[in-house]
Design a protein around this ligand. Structure first.
Ligand code: GAR
Length: 208
């Protein structure tokens, strides 16, 4: 049984998608906690209503990034995570924090990485005249929105798209992509090899 700690900053719809998939599909995992850097994050309400332990480590209360990350790490580690899932966690993380969770921290980013790291990804795709946009789940490394890619989902960019219409179309796919990727981790099917992710075949069911 793997312990998953999910970090959010806001709405938490990707967190919700992971929680629902875990429950519906009976993964060998439990959500040990949902932690936010914002006390007002909407997603905390969903987690509390499901009886999932929640915690807030408010970045506003810390003078430096290093102090905040240290406090966050201490809170996360109380829940003994096998996996940390960043689900709309809008913080730049320090290298020691990232290093501490090397190979066991995933992020979802709303672009087809390596395109458009950072913010404003939907508008950037529209402005560039891209015909396709997407989302990426990747292992977190010290460089922002980089790291070995687990999986990507793609949507078309349609004529007349705005940031709102495009992000809404993509979010539907994010809600399938993230549970898919987290499940692969839970089932020990992800291997990082020289910066690339290999997806292993499912374990054969044992027969008698
Ligand atoms: C999602 O679209 C996620 O891909 C994006 O924030 C949104 C969070 O929504 N993440 C990033 O931009 C990270 N750089 P949610 O809170 O409803 O899951």
């Amino acid at each position: 049984m793997k312990n998953i700690v999910i970090l959010i900053s806001g709405r938490g719809s990707n967190m919700e998608a992971v929680v629902r998939a875990l429950d519906a599909e009976g993964w060998p995992a439990r959500i040990a906690a949902v932690i936010s850097n914002k006390p007002e994050a909407k997603g905390l309400e969903f987690a509390r209503a499901r009886g999932i332990p929640t915690a807030v480590v408010a970045n506003k209360e810390y003078a430096t990034r290093a102090e905040f990350d240290a406090a966050l790490q201490e809170t996360i580690d109380r829940f003994e995570p096998d996996l940390v899932v960043l689900a709309g966690f809008m913080r730049i993380l320090t290298a020691p924090f990232v290093e501490h969770y090397a190979g066991r921290m995933l992020n979802i980013h709303p672009s087809l990485l390596p395109l458009y790291p950072g913010l404003g990804t939907h508008q950037q795709a529209i402005d560039a005249g891209d015909r396709e946009h997407g989302a990426t789940v990747h292992f977190v490394t010290a460089e922002l929105d980089h790291g070995p890619i687990v999986a990507q989902a793609r949507v078309p960019v349609l004529p007349g798209d705005t940031e709102d219409t495009l992000s809404a179309r993509l979010l539907v796919e994010e809600h399938k992509l993230y549970p898919y990727a987290v499940r692969l981790f839970v089932e020990d099917r992800l291997e990082i090899d020289n910066g690339d992710v290999r997806i292993l075949a499912p374990a054969e069911p044992t027969s008698i």
